[in-house]
Design a protein around this ligand. Structure first.
Ligand code: AMP
Length: 328
């Protein structure tokens, strides 16, 4: 499964990705996470990206594309992936298509998660991340469960608010989304990949809608021929046995007729008829007698004496007749 989760900041792309990872066993690739890691590591790339991130602007395409290319080449991405926060403009979408075509791994679905602007601002305002395990919570909608410690430290989660989740930057990020990212909906709709879901409401309900959208897209993706195949096969296969039955039925009377005609000819030749008939009958009986002999020993005893007198009678009869002539 190779999918893109599309949606404004705060629409729940990251949260739903975490759930898809557990269900489908494919990695989430978030350019936001990769960029934050680069900033934290103070790498050259991170330093180049930081200013744009702090201002709520998009980071340069060349930086993001380089990171994505490297990440998609890792072995875990061969099984599939969830792209979260990438692509974010038409240029990135075009480059992604080229890259995936090269890898022979085209996208299966793009899901657009739709949320009201007021709800987005409320969600982003409550978003907090654990400094130690990286888990994301929302102090309004999904706070850390009481008594559940951080799996890294065993202590309480050490929560902090992302620097770009402040009011001013959020307004800029939403503006950038409308201008640069929203047009991707038409881009993917034109390619038959887009599914829209209502991403408002309970987490579970949104996950159910997301899974339903992915399933519907997977069904629509199957080529029409592949979907019709079973029906087509049944239609082709059915007449075959009928024909076979007809043919075998037709052949049987022909054989019978041939045997009858042969019998008629032989009957016309007087005594030869009797021999011919006896031969046919004997041939037919032999395998049965052999089988019976293998199974039951007494069957042989019964079969042999039954045939012998019939053969003896005729030659004896003939010789007797000749001898009688000579006597005369
Ligand atoms: P996110 O965590 O997806 O909200 O991203 C946080 C910030 O990282 C964004 O506001 C951008 O500055 C930057 N960023 C993330 N993904 C991209 C991308 N695909 N293209 C450009 N900038 C990005």
């Amino acid at each position: 499964m190779r999918i893109v989760l599309l949606g404004p900041p705060g629409s729940g792309k990251g949260t739903q990705s975490q759930r898809l990872i557990k269900r489908h066993g494919i990695p989430q690739i978030s350019t936001g996470d990769l960029l934050r890691a680069a900033v934290a590591a103070r790498s050259e790339l991170g330093l180049a990206a930081k200013a744009a991130m702090d201002a709520g602007k998009l980071v340069d395409d060349s930086i993001v594309l380089g990171m994505i290319q490297e990440r998609l080449a890792q072995p875990d991405a061969a099984r599939g992936f969830i792209l979260d926060g990438f692509p974010r403009n038409l240029a990135q979408a075009g480059e992604l298509a080229k890259l995936l075509a090269k890898l022979g791994q085209p996208l299966d679905a793009v899901v657009l998660m739709e949320v009201d602007n007021d709800e987005l601002v409320r969600r982003i305002g409550g978003r907090r991340t654990c400094r130690n395990c990286g888990q994301v919570f929302n102090v309004f909608t999904s706070p850390p469960p009481a008594g559940e410690p951080c799996p890294r430290t065993g202590a309480e989660h050490d929560l902090f608010q992302r620097p770009d989740d402040n009011e001013a930057t959020v307004a800029e990020r939403l503006k950038v989304y409308d201008e640069k990212t929203r047009p991707l909906a038409d881009f993917y709709a034109a390619r038959g990949l887009l599914r829209r879901i209502d991403a408002m409401g309970e987490l579970e309900a949104v996950t159910a809608r997301l899974e339903a959208a992915l399933a519907a897209q997977a069904k629509a993706d199957k080529p029409a021929a592949a979907r019709k195949q079973p029906a087509a096969r049944t239609r082709k296969r059915k007449p075959a046995p009928k024909q076979a039955v007809k043919q075998s039925k037709a052949r049987k009377p022909a054989k019978k007729a041939a045997v009858k005609a042969k019998a008629k000819k032989t009957r016309a030749k007087g005594r030869t008829v009797v021999r011919a008939k006896t031969k046919v009958a004997t041939k037919a009986r032999r395998p049965v007698a052999k089988k019976a002999a293998k199974k039951k020993a007494p069957a042989r005893k019964v079969a042999r004496p039954a045939r012998k007198p019939a053969r003896k009678t005729r030659p004896v009869g003939r010789k007797t007749g000749a001898k009688a002539k000579r006597h005369r």
